[in-house]
Ligand binder design. Structure first.
Ligand code: ADP
Ligand code: MG
Length: 729
């Protein structure tokens, strides 16, 4: 066995768990060790300055420059005690991931030496030359500057020797070029709108926070095997590979015992995450072999999202210490489940009430139903936009496949909640709907909390499910920045709550009682938004037909799904709430189309290269060995016997030729299609052509390659096979 494949398989098989040093102390001792959190602020900042900063964090009051200088000094002192020498503004460009440019603290002292300096100015703002970050045409090359500006609501943290300062990223002319800036706005608008609505129930509410608890799924593949797969290295997924005889059909991996190498990795990762203040809590095997999940305790969205982005980079780094590569692609392997990132989302008041939790008193219940129905209406109205917010070239492989929600957004509310809504809808007058907790009630809302506690009818196929005290947006991709989905959701809910308040206030002005005004408005909404409620099997074909009839967005082409980002109702929603301007929306759509094209382009190139340079030569060599054998049969045996003796080899030779020819023809067609597409200047049109005439060929090419994998001598096959990639750990 001479091949690289066998070398790496051997390496992977022999690998033992990496022993990592046990953490010093208990989690509560090292949690947040690398974070400039409240405890550090108290310790390193003068009292007045600390109070000013808290005021900024909690109430958004601007910081004055002198205070910023003092904060920077305190931060530097803390960081240098940890051995830090550099700092960076850490931001989230539209490419995904994070960007950072490290500068050291050193500053010449004018006398031939250096000082270590970090000023308020450097903390608050930087001008990274950011011309190569995507901007959807907002920044011209001659105006390449962008600003990064400190987000004091998310604490600074230390990675290696660098102090990382979470920042937003905007263009010279003020447009937002990242995920964080619009997320902060979306958080604010939903806070304002929801607080106003809360006042119908409790005038003491002064702030509503939105919360996110993400569940990160991922795959681990041995580093040696990964390095023998150019497709995984460059696209994050396998572009070819015949399914393994055993994959997930026995369902023996899900919640099974975690392999020792992986446990060592997880412990290491959890330690690193906790030091960074990421409250990781849950770890388990997922459905597919070599697939795992990690989930933290939910947090305020901005922090939760920073933590997810940070975690994605930390987990990749830690995986390498364990000779794994960590795969965040939504569909790295055909035939087994892909990875998602469920976004558990809720709203909560500063008085400690979860607005999506049914509550005990009659008032609480009405408040709960109010928020539930308004969220449902927001999802109904903007279902196309929500789909666009989670769509990408990579997530497209997962959605609509039979283990993930379809490319149609609907909500699952469960039987109890649906009954409550039906009751409101069908009651002739509101006095039938008594919500006093004590009396025996016609209205089942009084039983809601008890019933919901074991609300086990969890629908796994729904992309947007109510799960007892929160909504779970399940269609989000494992590699995505959650902010994209959260910006759309928060803004849609904010728009809806503003509308609701307007309608209720109109009724109140006309003399209607509060409860009646609310119930009358909700009744209309419940009727109107029925189309979005679906408790059945989201994976079925019937649902696709039904959804079409209901007028839900059923588009499946990713470039066309992105049209929703600039649709009339989207532009209006973002303009009315002030979260994103039309110009910014167009820029974001451009970036999406461009990124889509680039991803497909890269895959097409690698697929072509592997087909022509890795697969066809090997298949031809095997064919040649068969022809040799046939030749020898002819020489050794009498002609009468040759036919039967050589038959199966002749058939195989023909079969291989057939696959090789088809691969050549399809690959040439793909190259031609790319050439045509590359001449198109409109990003939208180009993405459409890449989708319609380049990406469509991938599966056909793969089909013939995977067939060859079954006929060609195992000892010659150059690429690690699925059974090796997925079962060695
Ligand atoms: P599942 O049963 O869906 O796999 P997990 O325990 O893996 O649940 O993850 C659930 C996630 O939802 C966790 O991050 C958890 O903190 C979060 N979560 C729980 N309650 C809320 C809430 N009210 N708002 C937002 N997220 C929540
Ligand atoms: Mg979940």
């Amino acid at each position: 066995m001479s091949l690289l494949r066998f070398k790496v398989v051997n390496e992977a098989i022999k690998r033992k768990a990496v022993v990592v040093n046990a953490p010093e102390g208990r989690p509560c001792d090292y949690f947040g060790h690398n974070v400039f959190n409240n405890e550090k602020m108290l310790k390193y900042l003068p009292k007045k300055c600390y109070e000013e900063l808290r005021n900024t964090i909690e109430n958004g009051t601007p910081l004055n420059p002198e205070t910023a200088d003092v904060i920077a000094e305190g931060m530097k002192k803390w960081a240098t005690e940890l051995g830090v020498t550099h700092y960076t503004h850490w931001f989230q460009p539209l490419t995904g991931g994070t960007a950072e440019k490290h500068d050291s603290f050193i500053d010449p002292d004018g006398k031939g030496g250096v000082l270590e300096e970090f000023s308020g100015k450097l903390l608050i703002q930087q001008e990274p030359d950011a011309s190569s970050f995507p901007s959807g045409g907002i920044r011209n090359t001659f105006e390449a500057r962008g600003y990064s500006a400190w987000d004091p609501t998310s604490p600074a943290f230390v990675v290696d020797d660098t102090l990382c300062i979470p920042t937003i990223f905007i263009s010279y002319t003020g447009e937002m070029l990242d995920y964080k800036a619009p997320l902060l706005k979306a958080i604010e608008v939903v806070d304002k709108a929801a607080t106003e609505v809360c006042h119908y129930f409790d005038p003491k509410v002064s702030k509503v926070s939105s919360y996110l608890g993400w569940e990160q799924e991922y795959f681990l593949v041995d580093e040696a095997l990964w390095s023998a797969r150019p497709d995984m290295m460059l696209t994050g997924r396998t572009l070819m590979g015949h399914e393994s005889a055993k994959n997930q059909q026995l369902e023996d991996h899900y919640f099974g015992s975690i392999p020792t190498r992986v446990v060592a990795f997880m412990k290491d990762l959890e330690y690193e995450s906790l030091k960074l203040g990421i409250p990781v809590k849950t770890r388990h095997n997922e459905v597919a072999p070599n697939q795992f999940e990690l989930a933290p305790v939910f947090e305020e969205i901005n922090i939760a999202n920073d933590h997810n982005i940070l975690l994605m980079s930390v987990m990749k780094k830690v995986a390498r210490r364990h000779y794994f590569r960590l795969i965040l692609h939504e569909k790295p392997f055909k035939g087994v489940n892909g990875s998602g990132k469920h976004n558990n989302w809720s709203l909560g008041t500063n008085t400690g009430v979860n607005l999506l939790s049914p509550g005990k008193t009659a008032k609480d219940k009405l408040q709960f139903i109010t928020f539930l129905v308004n969220v449902t209406r927001a999802v109904w109205k903007h279902n196309g936009l929500l789909k666009a917010s989670i769509s990408s070239a990579t997530n497209a492989h997962r959605l609509g496949a039979n283990e993930a929600p379809p490319a149609i957004i609907s909500t699952f509310l469960g039987t109890q909640i649906s009954n409550v809504l039906d009751e409101i809808e069908n009651s002739k007058n509101n006095t039938d709907i008594k919500m006093d907790g004590k009396q025996s009630m016609k209205f089942s809302i009084s039983h809601v909390p008890e019933l919901l506690r074991d609300n086990t009818d969890r629908n796994r196929t729904s992309p947007f499910a109510f799960t007892g005290n929160r909504f779970e947006f399940r269609a989000v991709g494992s590699s995505a920045n959650c902010a994209a989905a959260m910006i759309a959701l928060n803004t849609a809910v904010a728009e809806q709550l503003l509308l609701f308040k307007k309608e209720v206030d109109k009724k109140l002005k006309a003399g209607t009682k509060t409860e009646d005004a609310i119930l009358d408005t909700l009744r209309v909404y419940i009727k109107e938004t029925k189309a979005i409620r679906f408790d059945g099997n989201g994976y079925s074909d019937e649902w696709k037909k039904e959804a079409q009839k209901r007028g839900l967005d059923c588009e499946i082409s990713v470039p066309l799904i992105f049209d929703r980002l600039i649709a009339k109702e989207t532009v209006k929603m973002y303009a009315d709430t002030g979260v994103l301007s039309e110009k910014e929306l167009h820029a974001r759509a451009e970036v999406e189309w461009e990124t889509y094209t680039k991803k497909i382009q890269i895959e097409a190139r690698i697929l072509g290269d592997m087909a022509l340079n890795h697969i066809i030569p090997v298949a031809s060599r095997y064919q040649e060995s068969l022809l040799d054998k046939i030749d020898k049969i002819q020489r050794v045996f009498p002609a009468a016997k040759v036919k039967s003796l050589a038959k199966s080899d002749l058939d195989t030779v023909e079969e291989i030729s057939d696959h090789i020819n088809k691969i050549r023809v399809l690959t040439a067609k793909m190259v031609d299609a790319r050439k045509v597409a590359n001449k198109i200047t409109s990003e939208r049109e180009k993405a459409i052509v890449y989708h319609d005439s380049v990406a469509v060929l991938f599966d056909d090419i793969r089909y013939h390659i995977d067939k060859l994998e079954l006929s060609v001598d195992n000892e010659m096959w150059p690429l690690p096979k699925y059974r090796e990639l997925l079962f060695i750990r």
